[in-house]
Design a protein around this ligand. Structure first.
Ligand code: PEP
Ligand code: MN
Length: 353
């Protein structure tokens, strides 16, 4: 159920409707839009009696949302969601967002060397795994808290926003404390208790599509987070399992327009995990932007041949700079522009510093 407020409804009227929904034993989710505020109602098993709600002051109409996902749906919020970060960076909206960095944080030296190069090329976000969900228990599991500390130093030094994965409740509490954007990996996309816990955080969340998740299952993962009151959700297509064996996964770019049709949430593309091959990463990054994605998350390594994880799909820093130039050229064709970070050499040169 969805309560659509009149365009001129006051904050007091919106609050009164939320209070009324709570008194009925349900949960109100006020989602302000450009034209009007809509209030999603969750927690109800069946129909909510709409009569009383419709008679409240400031209410335009009460409508039934028929889709399984509600708060993630465009029925509840027509305008695209834009997630904003402290350094002015955004994900969603006109500007393309770029998240770059190694699969895993391996050492302070490695992380700083890569961060310096991706910042110089204009990335605004730095990624790096501290807790790694590895197929083998014998593979590198991540440096944990030490990696989070290194990334916090990188934020201070380069002004990059930090993105890192939480794999369980324990790592989530630490990631939420240290990072700017909490990543939930493909393997945890349907870890519902973890999703609920992320929903109780007040920090943006990046949810990667599960390897065999349908569009609806993907959006239901977002819904789990949003139903707990965290509305800053970003989706990420990272490839799905198919019969194809020329690549690690099949990057399903067709989900971008399909998601944008039904959901207001931003969607990024991960051409690294989506292909598993360095030589395919640039073409698929270009294709992702051309298909309308809100940005790219990509793995970059200064010595990929000796990387602790995902070396074969990691770009060399020079290739990342090329990727930035290429997507910058594609951006205007799809009504976008590339926002380069403050420490970007290109920004500094252009401004004559
Ligand atoms: C990663 O980003 O390093 C990662 C493990 O991604 P995914 O969950 O998409 O496999
Ligand atoms: Mn990886």
């Amino acid at each position: 159920m969805l309560v659509v407020m009149k365009a001129q409804a006051t904050p007091e009227e919106i609050q009164a409707v939320c209070d009324h929904i709570e008194q009925l034993g349900f949960r109100p989710h006020p989602l302000p839009g450009a034209q009007r505020t809509a209030i999603g109602i969750t927690g109800n098993q069946g129909e909510v009696n709409r009569g009383n709600l419709e008679s409240l002051s400031g209410v335009a109409e009460v409508i039934r949302v028929s889709k399984a996902y509600k708060l993630a749906s465009r029925d509840v919020k027509e305008e695209d969601t834009v997630v904003r970060f402290a350094n002015g960076a955004t994900i969603g909206g006109r500007n393309l967002a770029v998240i770059a960095g190694p699969c895993s944080i391996e050492s302070r030296e490695q992380a700083f060397a890569i961060a310096e190069q991706v910042a110089a090329a204009g990335a605004q976000f730095f990624r790096g795994g501290a807790y790694k969900p590895r197929t083998s228990p014998y593979a590198f599991q991540g440096l944990g808290l030490e990696a989070l500390r290194i990334m916090a130093e990188i934020r201070d030094r380069f002004g990059l926003r930090i993105v890192t994965e939480a794999i369980d409740a324990e790592s989530l509490d630490l990631v939420a404390e240290w990072a700017d954007l909490i990543q939930i990996g493909a393997r945890n996309m349907q870890n519902f208790s973890l999703l609920k816990r992320v929903g109780r955080m007040r920090k943006p969340v990046l949810i990667k599509r599960g390897m065999s998740a349908t569009l609806e299952e993907f959006l239901m993962a977002a819904e789990y987070v949003m139903s707990e009151g965290n509305y800053e959700v970003i989706l990420c297509e990272r490839g799905v399992r198919t019969f194809a064996d020329h690549a690690r996964n099949t990057l399903d770019l067709s989900i971008i327009p399909a998601l944008q049709h039904v959901s207001h949430l931003p969607i990024l593309v991960d051409p690294s995990h989506g292909t598993g091959r360095r030589d395919s990463v640039l073409p698929m990054a270009r294709a992702g932007i051309a298909a309308g994605a809100d940005g790219i998350i990509v793995e970059v390594h200064n010595h990929p041949e000796s990387a602790f994880s995902d070396g074969p799909q990691s770009l060399f820093p020079e290739q990342f700079a090329t990727m930035m130039n290429e997507i910058e050229q594609i951006a205007p064709v799809v009504g976008r522009s590339l926002a380069r970070g403050a420490t970007s050499k290109i920004t500094a040169e252009a401004s004559g510093k």
